[in-house]
Design a protein around this ligand. Structure first.
Ligand SMILES: Nc1ncnc2c1ncn2[C@@H]1O[C@H](COP(=O)(O)OP(=O)(O)OP(=O)(O)O)[C@@H](O)[C@H]1O
Length: 627
């Protein structure tokens, strides 16, 4: 830890000022983690001289995290009594849940900068700080004095470490130690990491015996080698990277059903056809815990459709499916384990971004599908892309085709287009008329909408185009939907991940889509967390529409919470009637206009405050508190 006057502090302070005036921070002076955080802060337009953070005084003081952290916080409070140090625990969104301070002056200072229970210290509100960086980058870090983005935090230093739920692998919160500038940074970092590990251990011990049994079985099975392993419990899915890269959430359900059908045989094998058409041989073992059957451990061997890495140099054709871990939204914990240990080529490839022109994303499943589509475009391998609507199937084909240096864009034909789907020879005729030859690409959207009558003629037209060198791509929402005569037209298949399964890509996608919408349009910092809460059934297309409409109707230079459509402010899972949807929208509008003040909103709508609370609960409305 350095005192205010050290040369390093001065250099960092100077680099920060230059950075604020648009110079990139010199890597020799500013550590990489800090540089990256400063860039994120600048992108989000975070203030540098005022601490303005959301506050929610009503939170669960008995949450699992708070209970797990309590004995560790008690111990640290005793150890740090009278010292110039403070320990803080936050939840995974950065809300401060507990704080213990050694001495009064530091306590008063932290109150002034709102580093106190009920306030949110995520990076998107306060800028570079230990808690924010630990949660954003999911790793321990130290932020010293002038490295803080906000000037008001520069007379303290902090070390923080993420707290993970070791069963699900998910982030649970962060542990942070803050003190006046001065003490040794190594000690701070070591102390905070040890405390985070202790909380993780308590969390593990408080998990169910089913979950612990599954995790143990999973760890044993993945300890050696990198064969695909999947563990399925009632509320938990564990997959190593070799399995998660090739299975979708629907595949998990199929495999679960197949395992159930095997009954109670201690070890058995079964062949299962996955949603992408690939067949997998699963070896299944039931996992028991002291409380009964916990779930299944499946060791998988993909018996057809070798993946990228198995493709021989002589050009043997293959089928691939790609997707990252799954099911997190359906109430199951999902994690990818042993990626570091296994390190097969497919896994390493998945972590390497594969940028395509005009598209954003670096999620492993997105990287894998981008790489597959590019290879197919280069080799003219007919490809079937499946994934929910708006995930970017046509966009991928367009971008990969452009990357081959082709002069013309792909011709996109939609089998659902009434003209193409015309009962006469409509669709086959449209396909036959498409310009064909090397350098051309033909995308047939909604392949599954081709009628049985049209199927044979459409297959012939696609084969004829492919024979002339045209790259053929088919898109549809669910892989098994390809009608029989058309199956033979496609040599490879790949899954495009849903947006809710790659939410880490959200900031890059928002950035990319806003650039398309127009120069200078940006989002207020509190917008991204709200976008992250949504499921996005319409995927990137829906995100694009929401941003486009919000940008068109924005009242200031940037998109604010109140510019977003009301459905984003509510998290209800039930389908609403038209009347209910309109009631919810009116409620959200009133709350936004009164800055979340329920009393004012109730008065404005002529209803009681109790009613407004009840309706907010019923519709799942929770407006982030505005600073
Ligand atoms: N990774 C991405 N980066 C930027 N924009 C994207 C990305 N993925 C999709 N989009 C945009 O989202 C919109 C929808 O994409 P696209 O039409 O390719 O979806 P799709 O999966 O083919 O949909 P459908 O199944 O309905 O045909 C397009 O505007 C596209 O440019």
């Amino acid at each position: 830890m350095l005192s205010d006057g050290t040369a390093r502090d001065r250099d960092i302070a100077r680099a920060r000022l230059q950075f604020l005036e648009n110079e990139d921070p010199p890597p020799t002076i500013v550590p990489e983690g800090i540089r990256n955080s400063w860039r994120r802060c600048k992108y989000l337009g975070i203030g540098t001289d005022e601490v303005v953070v959301p506050y929610q005084p009503d939170y669960d003081r008995e949450s699992r995290l708070v209970r797990a952290a309590a004995p560790i916080m008690d111990r640290l409070e005793r150890a740090l009594a009278g010292s110039d140090a403070c320990v803080i625990v936050t939840d995974r969104e950065g809300w401060v849940r507990d704080r213990r301070v050694g001495e009064k002056r530091l306590s008063a200072h932290l109150d002034r900068v709102h580093l106190a229970p009920g306030f949110n210290y995520a990076e998107q509100f306060v800028g570079t700080n230990g808690i924010g960086v630990a949660l954003e980058e999911r790793r321990p870090n130290v932020v010293l004095g002038t490295e803080h983005f906000n000037e008001r935090l520069q007379n303290v230093s902090c070390a923080a470490a993420p707290i993970r739920n070791s069963v699900t692998g998910r982030l649970a919160g962060a542990m942070n130690l803050t003190c006046w500038n001065g003490p040794s940074r190594t000690l701070m970092a070591a102390l905070v990491q040890e405390a985070a590990a202790d909380i993780e251990r308590v969390l593990y011990e408080s998990s169910s015996s089913h979950q612990r049994a599954l995790l143990e079985a999973f760890q044993q099975a993945t300890h050696y080698g990198d064969r695909p392993v999947l563990c399925l419990g009632q509320d938990l899915v564990l997959a190593n990277s070799a399995a998660s890269a090739r299975l979708t959430g629907d595949d998990h359900r199929l495999l679960h059903r197949a395992a159930d059908e095997l009954g109670h045989a201690p070890r058995s094998r079964k062949e299962v056809q996955l949603t992408g058409g690939t067949t997998v041989l699963m070896r299944c073992r039931r996992v028991d815990s002291p409380a009964g059957a916990a779930g299944y451990l499946l060791e998988l061997a993909f018996t057809d459709g070798p993946s990228d890495r198995d493709r021989s140099p002589s050009g043997t054709r293959s089928r691939t499916g790609a997707r990252s871990g799954s099911g997190a939204r359906s109430g199951s914990g999902a994690r990818s384990g042993s990626a570091a240990r296994s390190g097969s080529r497919a896994e390493r490839d998945a972590t390497r971004p594969w940028p395509l022109p005009g598209l954003a994303g670096t999620d492993p499943a997105w990287n894998t599908v981008s790489r597959t589509v590019s290879r197919c475009a280069r080799d003219r391998t007919p490809l079937l892309l499946h994934g929910e609507t708006g995930t970017g199937k046509s966009a991928l084909a367009r971008a990969a085709h452009a990357l081959t240096g082709a002069a013309s864009a792909p011709l996109v034909v939609d089998a659902l287009d009434p003209q193409a789907a015309d009962a006469g020879a409509g669709l086959p005729a449209v396909l036959r008329a498409a310009p064909a030859g090397p350098g051309r690409a033909l995308v047939l959207r909604n392949v599954d909408a081709v009628t049985p009558e049209q199927g044979p003629a459409v297959a012939l037209a696609l084969e004829a185009a492919a024979a002339q060198g045209t790259w053929i791509v088919g898109t549809l929402h669910r892989a098994p939907g390809v009608p029989e005569p058309l199956r033979r037209c496609f040599v490879e298949a790949a899954a495009v991940p849903a947006l809710r399964h790659r939410l880490a890509d959200l900031p890059a996608l928002v950035d990319c889509l806003l650039r398309r919408i127009g120069a200078g349009v940006e989002c207020a910092p509190e917008v991204l967390p709200l976008l992250r809460r949504h499921d996005w059934p319409g995927n990137v297309r829906q995100l694009n529409d929401v941003l486009g409409q919000a940008a068109a109707g924005r009242r200031t230079y940037r998109i604010e919470l109140r510019d977003l459509p009301p459905f984003l402010h509510s998290a209800g899972s039930r389908r609403l009637s038209a009347w209910e949807a309109s009631e919810r929208d009116t409620l959200v509008q009133a709350l936004l206009e009164t800055d979340g003040n329920k009393l004012l909103a109730a008065q404005r709508l002529g209803i009681s405050r109790t009613t407004i609370y009840r309706k907010m609960r019923a519709y799942g409305i929770s407006l982030p508190t505005r600073p």
